[in-house]
Each structure stands twice: as C-alpha cells, then as structure tokens.
Design a protein around this ligand. Structure first.
Ligand SMILES: NC(=O)c1ccc[n+]([C@@H]2O[C@H](COP(=O)([O-])OP(=O)(O)OC[C@H]3O[C@@H](n4cnc5c(N)ncnc54)[C@H](O)[C@@H]3O)[C@@H](O)[C@H]2O)c1
Length: 340
C-alpha cells in the first residue's frame, strides 16, 4: 500500500470532511502534511489544524513551494478553485480533489484541465453524490429498465445554481449516463441582489433559477433552484413505465413506482456509504491507474457548462445550443449591465 502526502488549500468546513474521508480510506496510508488558509485566526481553521496535525500556511503558493504533496484538496471558496488547482498540479500533485463548483467560468475549467493534463495529474471535482447509495441504486434500477425508458429528470433544491445546483445537474448527468446536452433554456430572478452568501462569500447569487435541458438521447431535465423551488434536495426520475424518487443526501427513502410490479411505491434497502471516503479512495485508484474517477474534471466541466447555458439563455432570452462557447460568467455580466 502506498503512502500519500496530503495537503489542503482552504481549511474550513469541507476541508474537515475531506480530512475525515482521507482518514477512512482503505487503499493507502495517508500522511497529513500541511494546509493553507487566508484566515489563520478562524476557530474552524484552528480546530482543523489541531485535529489533523497539519502545518498551517496563510499563502498556499508558499506552502506549495516549501512542501511536497502527492494529493491536494482544494477546499476554498469558488474563485480560488482554478488557480489553486493549477498551482497544485504545477507543484507535482499526482491527484487533486477540487471542490464544486469546478470553477466560475468555462475558461477557468479548461485551464484547470489543461494544466492537470500537462502535469499528469488526476483531477476530480467534489461531486460526491455520485457515490451516494441512493444515486447508485437509482442508476442500477434505470439500467435494469425498472421504470422503462427515462424521459424526464426533475431535480430541485433550495440553494443557487453555482452552489448545490452543480450537484443537481451533475447527478442528472449521472442518471442519464453522462449523455451530452444539446440545448438549454433558463430564467433567473435576483430581486434580493445577494452577494457573498454562506460558503460562497466571493460570489454573486441569484434568488431563483429554472432550467430546461435537452440531451442527445431525447431525455429532458427540469432544474429548479433557490427561493421558490421545493427546498428538499430531491430528484424525480420519470420513465415510460414508472417513477424513481431520489432524496439526497443520505435521506431514508429511495422510492420506486414501477408499472411492472403493481404494488405501489417500494423502497429498496440501501447500504451505508461514507461518500467522502469513497470519492477519495477512487481518486487514489485513479492515480494508480485502476479506475477513471466517476467525478472526473470533464464531468465537473459538463455540469458547469449546463449552468453557463442556463445563465446565458437568461441573458439572450433564447434557447442555447451546446457546446456553450461563452467564456465569462453570464450572471456577473447581467449584473454589470444592470439587467438583474
Ligand atoms: N461537495 C460538497 O458537498 C460541499 C459541501 C460544502 C462545501 N462545498 C464547497 O467547498 C467550498 C468551500 O466551502 P466550505 O463550506 O468549506 O467554506 P468555508 O468558508 O467553511 O471554508 C473555506 C475556507 O477557505 C479559506 N480560503 C478562502 N480563500 C482562500 C485562499 N485564497 N487561500 C487559502 N484559503 C482560502 C477560507 O478562509 C475558509 O477557511 C465551496 O466551493 C463549497 O461550494 C462542497
């Protein structure tokens, strides 16, 4: 079993979840080396340093220059994901787990992929719900034809598109076998003019977003996020012969209504899975050439591309065809132009 030296860029809430996940992995020895956080005086950062025994830096570039890492977790706010990932790859990290959203625009996402490809670094994005037993079982049921052919994937939750919206879109992609989208239409509302909310203090945020997406295989998606969406983080997978309801994360019921069974709703038994451990074990497997990470950078980019398509459709008041070619962040552009 190999030993991996691990570093953290950002030592806040999700970094703690990554560290607990690294501690639990069964396919490697983990050596926590150092972490960098701009806010060394925060209680959360202090607790992280104490609990995981890492050396703390306040500048991640200085940390990367002075320390050697095999794996780096990028756990900062969204606007640092790109530069943190590129810097870690250039300093020799073999694997990087960078948090969602992958980046704040497609230009950044492409630069991350390019830098990691050039450095031979495996980059995965923190879309850990692909490991959740409910998602995995729902996908198996879809593959087995339990609800016939998937026609509509409807996902909703109470957060914004760039926050949990990226999980919602990524999971719809997972349920739909990562088939490419061909068009998107969207609308957003921003009456409260929110900026810097929760763990996205560096972002502008919409109050409500609605997206419709069409995929190459004829499946469509309905995505509802924000203030007036149903707050539960939930998916309704509607097929020609039934419905699968997926409640995230780790909620008790995966419910299936299948016309083949004639028994009403059923709830399959599910195993307990530590999703953070699972995503990090798969990162190690990917670094060692045994797996392709199911939350690969390309799939992280795909979720971001759909988000950009929904925002751009709002801007143009028209359907957007894929690939999405804009390189900036349309929500920010709309705000600058006084449209929102
Ligand atoms: N995958 C998931 O389910 C999940 C869950 C929670 C958060 N997240 C994502 O993780 C990211 C961080 O969220 P969080 O809840 O940990 O936020 P947080 O505020 O608890 O922690 C982020 C930390 O990054 C530090 N930081 C910011 N800029 C930095 C920089 N340039 N260099 C070094 N440190 C920097 C902050 O000081 C802070 O301590 C967000 O993008 C969020 O969307 C993902």
């Amino acid at each position: 079993m190999n030993t991996y030296r691990v570093g953290f860029i950002g030592c806040g809430g999700i970094a703690g979840a990554h560290a607990a996940g690294y501690r639990a992995v069964q396919n490697a020895q983990i050596d926590f080396v150092a972490g960098a956080d701009v806010n060394a005086s925060s209680d959360r950062v202090k607790r992280f340093v104490e609990r995981y025994g890492v050396k703390l830096y306040t500048d991640y570039r200085e940390m990367l220059a002075k320390e050697q890492f095999d794996l780096v977790s990028v756990c900062t706010w969204p606007r640092t994901h790109c530069e943190g990932t590129i810097a870690a790859a250039e300093h020799g990290a073999k694997g990087i787990m960078s948090e969602k959203p992958m980046a704040v625009n497609l230009d950044e996402a492409d630069r991350m992929i390019e830098a990691c490809t050039k450095a031979g670094t495996t980059l995965a994005i923190g879309h850990e719900h692909r490991f959740d037993p409910q998602s995995v079982r729902a996908k198996e049921l879809l593959r087995q034809g339990e609800i016939g052919r998937l026609t509509l994937a409807w996902g909703h939750c109470g957060a914004d598109l760039m926050n949990n919206g990226t999980h919602v879109i990524d999971l719809i992609n997972y349920f739909n076998d990562d088939v490419e989208p061909v068009w998107a239409m969207g609308q957003v509302d921003r009456r409260r003019k929110l900026e810097g909310r929760g763990n996205h203090p560096d972002m502008v945020i919409e109050d409500m977003a609605v997206g419709r997406v069409g995929y190459k295989n004829g499946v469509t998606a309905l995505i509802e996020l924000g203030e007036w969406a149903h707050p539960a983080y939930q998916f309704h997978l509607i097929g020609t012969d039934g419905i699968i309801d997926v409640n995230m994360p780790n909620a008790p019921t995966l419910k299936v209504l299948s016309s083949f069974r004639h028994v009403g709703w059923t709830a399959p038994d599910l195993p307990q899975v530590d999703v953070m451990r699972a995503e990090l074990e798969e990162l190690i497997d990917a670094v060692e050439g045994r797996a392709v990470h199911r939350s690969s950078a390309q799939r992280g980019r795909a979720a971001l591309e759909t988000i950009m398509g929904i925002f751009e459709s709002t801007y143009r008041r028209a359907l957007i065809e894929f690939p999405v070619t804009i390189r900036d962040f349309p929500l920010e552009r709309m705000i600058k132009e006084g449209l929102l």
